[in-house]
Design a protein around this ligand. Sequence first.
Ligand code: SF4
Length: 369
Amino acid sequence: MSDHAMLEVRDLYKYFPIRQSMLDILLRRPANNVKAVDGVSFDLERGEVLAIVGESGCGKTTIARTLIGLEEQTDGEILFHDELVGAHERRARAGLVPLEAGTVGSSEQKVFPRMSMKRLRQQAQMIFQDPYESLNPRATILEIVAEPLVVHGLARGRDERLERVKTALEEAGLRPAEDYFLRYPHELSGGQRQRVVIASAMVLQPELLIADEPVSMLDVSIRAEILNLLRDLRQRRGVSIVFITHDLSTVAYFADRIAVMYLGRMVETGPAREVLANPQHPYTKALISVIPVPNPRLRRERVILQGETPNPIDLPSGCRFHPRCPVAVEACKVTDPANVLVGENHHAACLLLNVAASPNIASGEAAST
Ligand code: SF4
C-alpha cells in the first residue's frame, strides 16, 4: 500500500448468505454464501483513476457499493484518509460477524477512528449505471441537484444554493444552467440525464467519485462526451475516480491503473498502459483480444473463452479460472495462485508466472505430486 493513499482497501470480503429452507435447517445442511468479493486489496491516490474491469457477476459492483456504505463488508477494512468506513468493526464488537468468523480476511491490530456515514457521503459520491432510474421523476433538475446541499446543510441560504447548483450544472456541461432548473428528467436526453447525475454528485465537491458503468446505458455517440466530462472533472477538481466497467476499451481512454477481476478476486493489477500493452494473466489476455481494432490490417488473434463463469457459491478448486483457462495445466486444479510481481507496480495471479521458480508446473507434473 502507498503511504499517500487516500483510499485503502485491505482484504475486503463480501459474502451474501443464501437463505436456508426449513428442510435445510432440519437436516442441518451447512449454510452457503455467494462469495461476491473474496479477499480484495487495493489503494487509490488523490486525483487517480482506477478502473475495475471484469464480466458481470465478478464482484466489481459489490466493491463499489461497499466502498460507499450501501453494503456492509463481511470482513476487511476500508480506510478513507486513515478513517474506517463501513460497519464491520461495529458488527465484530457485537459478535455479529457472520459466516466462518475468523476464517476470512485479516484484521490489523492498529485502531483507526471511524468516519461517520454522513461525512463519507460528503466526500465520496456514486454515479450509477442507469440515469433513468437514479433521478426522481417528480423533482425538477434544480431540486435534484440542490438536494444533497439541503441534506448536508452545506449552503447558507437560497442564493448560495442556487449558485452552487448553477456551477455544478455548468461544470457538467449543461449550459446555461438556468435553462435546466425547472425541467424534469423525462424532458432530457439520456446523456443530459447522466450529466445531471454527475452534477448532483459534484455539487458536494467530493474527493472520490465511484462511477459504476456510467456509460453502458448510453448511446455510443454520447459515451465519449461523458468520459470526456469525467476526465475534465478529474483534471480540474483533482477528484479521484473508481471506474467500474466490463468494457476494457473505455478504460484505455483515461484510467491510470487497471484492476482485472474474476469471480471475486483481482487477478491482475497494474498501470493501465502496461496492462493493456503487456497483459500477463490469461483472463486479461482474453479480454484484450476481443477489443475491436480500428485498423483492419492490424488483426489480433481472438481468445474466446469456453463455458460459463462458475457458480460463485461453489467456487472451483485451485485457480478459480481453471475450468475456462485456455492454457491451464494440471497444477491449476489444486493450487490457488498467489499474486506475483511481473513488472513495475504490475501484479498477476497465475501459476505459469511462477514457472521460473517451479518449472514442473508448466509441464503439468505438479498435479501428480
Ligand atoms: Fe490459467 Fe492456471 Fe494461470 Fe489459472 S493458474 S490463469 S488456470 S494457467
